[in-house]
Design a protein around this ligand. Structure first.
Ligand code: HEC
Length: 148
């Protein structure tokens, strides 16, 4: 009986990975990728706080008519590759996000490396209710050269 109890506890610990970051999209990652994902989330949050949250806010809700939201934003959820490009090269366009038009320019972050972009993207796509899963640096490297 005692043994069964401990087996159950270990199973619970292993299956939850003891992590607050796991979601439906990351459940089936390999153990190694789960660890990478966790690291990306931690680094990504720090980078987000340094480079993005002044404008888009820590909770991703943006600022009224000036700064578009990232949380539950149709524009963001529609296209990940485009988000990599916006993070690196900024944006100066008239865009519609969740039915509201924005046209203030967003500055570029050309010094960010591909891995930093992947970490920020992983954080943004798995926070505020988003569950888009791990975005490895390999994907950013494949896509970032195609930015226009
Ligand atoms: C100085 C303020 C500012 C900072 C800092 C900033 N943004 Fe933006 N961001 C904007 C504005 C303004 C727009 C709308 C640009 C336009 O209309 O051309 C925008 C647009 C976006 C969009 C597309 C629209 C949407 O809501 O999905 C994404 C994605 C985005 N930003 C992500 C980020 C990320 C990630 C960072 C940090 C690396 C960041 N931004 C840093 C102001 C900022």
């Amino acid at each position: 009986m005692k043994q069964a109890f401990w087996l159950l506890i270990s199973w619970l610990l292993i299956s939850c990975d003891g992590s607050k970051f796991q979601n439906a999209a990351t459940q089936n990652l390999s153990r190694a990728d789960k660890l990478h994902y966790e690291q990306y989330m931690i680094q990504g949050q720090q980078l987000y706080n340094t480079h993005c949250s002044n404008c888009h806010q820590a909770d991703g809700t943006g600022l009224g008519q000036l700064i578009p939201p990232l949380a539950q934003a149709d524009y963001l959820l529609n296209d990940q590759s485009q988000t990599f490009c916006i993070i690196k090269y900024g944006l100066n366009d008239k865009i519609t996000v969740n039915g509201i038009e924005y046209e203030q320019p967003m500055p570029a972050n050309e010094k960010l490396t591909n891995i930093e972009i992947a970490q920020i993207a992983t954080y943004v796509y798995n926070s505020w209710g988003h569950e888009s899963g791990f975005i490895p640096v390999k994907r950013v490297s494949q896509e970032i050269d195609k930015c226009q």
